[in-house]
Ligand binder design. Sequence first.
Ligand SMILES: *Cc1c(COP(=O)(O)O)cnc(C)c1O
Length: 406
Amino acid sequence: MIVDTSDKGTLAIFGGKPVRETYLPYGKQSIDDEDVQMVISTLRSPFLTQGPRIKAFEDEVARFTGSKYAVSFCNGTAALHGAAFAAGITMGDEVITTPMTFAASANCVLYCGGTVVFADVDSNTLNIDINEIKQKRTDRTKAIIPVDYTGQPADLDEIMDFARDHGLVVIEDSAHSLGAMYKGKKVGSIADMTMFSFHPVKHITTGEGGIITTDSDEFFERLILFRTHGITRDLNLLEKTTEGPWYYEMLELGFNYRITDIQAALGLSQLSKIDSFLERRKAIAKRYNEAFEGLEGIIIPYQKDDRISSWHLYVLRLNLHHLRAGRREIFEALHQENIGVNVHYIPVHLHPYYQRLGYRKGIAPVAEAEYGTILTIPLFPTMSDQDASDVIIAVKKVLNHYRAAR
Ligand SMILES: *Cc1c(COP(=O)(O)O)cnc(C)c1O
């Protein structure tokens, strides 16, 4: 049992002793010797890219998610771009997404010349609100990009039903939700296309990397074409088939968005450990929930009981009515205690680039208001029990200090 003695101490920000000597980041990769060996053996193999490990990695991701195909990309953002292309998004098309996300969820629409329409979030889960989607749909709407915020799946049944009724493509941004479950189904097997990211803070890493899972033959074909310059040697796709054995054709304006075999080897090794990674994340989230539930001044993450989060992020919400300080002071105080808190996310439409495109403050009042209350605390699989205790102690210490006198 860890005795909580620092609780009443002077905050580090006022010169007191910090809860920790060393800085604890909010997220971090988990790399072991097996990962290192897999990468080294690939470096010594004939293929650094376009070799057998890419297909092996894709097959494993498809198997894990229960989807027919998986198409890897050099990062999750490129994968989203590929999915938007495969969905046929082009000038004049509208795509509905959430503002409570990383910019890439929306940017992929702009890359294709489409228009982003932001639908506000549900005030409990901070996932996209189905009623908002219904209000924002027009005759130009072509797709919906829900994001499984923090790892908790969005309202996928409602979103898929609405999309079916109106002929829309659903691209699920599951950068946070590898291994999450929705009504007994794995994320990655539900939407038309699902994106996973393998950035080091995500559930498994390839350094940089991303993937799209899909059951659609048509989307699969377009994704493959898009990530290799729009070039193919597939006899079924070529316009001329009699030129000669060297022959290939460029059919679309694609990109070089391929992942390497070096990265895919790391991904294979990482994926073999996904169950233990997920278990550890869940165990730490459970400890946080127990420590913070009912604590005045904070609200623990709201979880719907028909889905299981993969806990990419643990986002506390501050109840500012009960505190004498704002999120800024609490953020800075926790940093001084050596706790790597963060904020996920600045609503996308508030970024200067989107402001210049004409998106105004006020179009997503729930996301905008909640942005002022959210605070991400550290959560990653190699955190020790003591690390988690430090986070709990520091949050309680800082909140104790700033709790309003009653
Ligand atoms: C990480 C992330 C992405 C982008 O993935 P990259 O691999 O970093 O390009 C997209 N959407 C969300 C919600 C993310 O968290």
